[in-house]
Design a protein around this ligand. Structure first.
Ligand code: NAD
Length: 329
């Protein structure tokens, strides 16, 4: 019997993974602390098809209790503090959840009969690269407190693989975009502000390059890795869709029929990584996974989604105004 346990199932990417699992007739168990970033509304369409525990992954007693009751066989670990700019404002929660939380989860899983533990990392652990692409073997060189906390978690996972023969796999996706992303992240910030004819903040000169992966493609990659990935391995998950931030801002404005004059360059993010780019030949060759959603279509659909989910967007933005004043100067 397979029992899937998803941490951070109420997150942007985790909820997409859960929705895809339910479509495949799974009934996963979810652990999520429902921080400002978590939201069960993302799972409304699959209500009744998952078991939910509001719990903190840093709480060993809560984990022990859930593991005893649910006896998971496979764990997919999405829960994290995920926003770089917040980690620059203060990194305590990043170290707590991303490092200590991962360690507590690894310990809970180590004492249980786990067949596979999928650790969701990020391309940001490699730092930035001006030319060429990161391989899974590229040394870790994180730039922000967020990426440093994720790199620390990766090293912990690697140490459990080696020391305890722990059955883990590390997944390093590039920047995700798509429906239900919390509007502190680049794409929904632009969409929200453009819809309201507000100035659109772009760090520096907007020349930083990101590799954009649709959240549905990211979730399908995690599914492929869960089923066919080799224990002890790491898989990059990219798309090849590299874009400068300024290009993304202009494209969104064009699609919404808004003027480029809304763009306002703001003080650059400290330590801002210039370019991320993943070599993801390993997952395409070994697991026959490839991204299916073209960037043009994915972005168009994402904009349509936000324009048809403005009440949800507004409930989130309400809490972001003070925060935006701190990061966009
Ligand atoms: P998110 O910010 O949307 O959500 C994070 C989730 O973790 C929330 O549901 C929150 O309630 C939960 N959480 C936070 N602290 C917790 C704790 N202590 N205990 C239990 N739950 C807790 O996240 P996301 O953007 O969907 O990212 C999911 C994962 O993918 C993260 O590990 C992130 O580092 C990684 N990742 C994200 C991206 C991206 O572009 N968003 C890219 C690569 C990797």
């Amino acid at each position: 019997m397979t029992k899937l346990l998803i941490t951070g199932g109420a997150s942007f990417i985790g909820s997409e993974f859960v929705r895809q699992l339910v479509q495949k007739s799974h009934k996963p168990v979810i652990i999520d602390a429902l921080t400002y970033a978590g939201d069960l509304v993302r799972l409304a369409q699959v209500k009744g098809h998952y078991t939910f525990y509001k719990a903190d992954i840093c709480d060993p007693a809560a984990l022990a209790c859930i593991f005893k009751k649910e006896k998971p066989t496979h764990i997919i670990h999405f829960a994290a503090e995920s926003h770089v700019d917040r980690s620059i404002l203060g990194s305590d929660e990043f170290i707590r959840t991303n490092v200590t939380g991962t360690q507590r989860l690894l310990d809970a899983a180590k004492s249980a009969d786990i067949h596979k533990f999928i650790h969701i990392s990020t391309d940001e652990v490699y730092g930035d690269i001006l030319r060429g692409r990161f391989l899974e073997t590229t040394p870790l060189n994180p730039s922000s407190p967020y990426s440093a906390s994720k790199a620390a978690a990766d090293l912990l996972v690697k140490s459990y693989i080696r020391t305890f023969k722990f059955p883990a796999i590390i997944v390093r996706p590039s920047n995700n975009y798509g429906p239900w992303q919390y509007p502190e992240k680049f794409v929904p910030v632009i969409i929200y502000k453009a819809l309201h004819n507000h100035k659109i903040p772009v760090f520096g000169q907007g020349l930083n390059v990101r590799e954009w992966l649709h959240v549905a493609d990211c979730a399908s990659a995690v599914w492929a890795i869960l089923n066919k990935g080799q224990i002890g391995e790491t898989y990059n998950v990219g798309s090849g869709n590299e874009r400068k931030n300024i290009q993304i801002a202009k494209t969104i404005l064009d699609i919404l029929g808004k003027p480029h004059s809304l763009i306002q360059f703001v003080q650059d993010r400290p330590g801002h990584d210039l370019r991320y780019s993943l070599n993801f030949a390993k997952i395409t060759k070994e697991l026959t996974w490839k991204p299916r959603i073209s960037f043009d279509q994915g972005l168009q659909d994402t904009i349509t989604w936000y324009t048809t989910h403005t009440p949800w967007l507004e409930t989130k933005v309400k809490f972001l105004r003070e925060y935006w004043k701190k990061v966009y100067k």
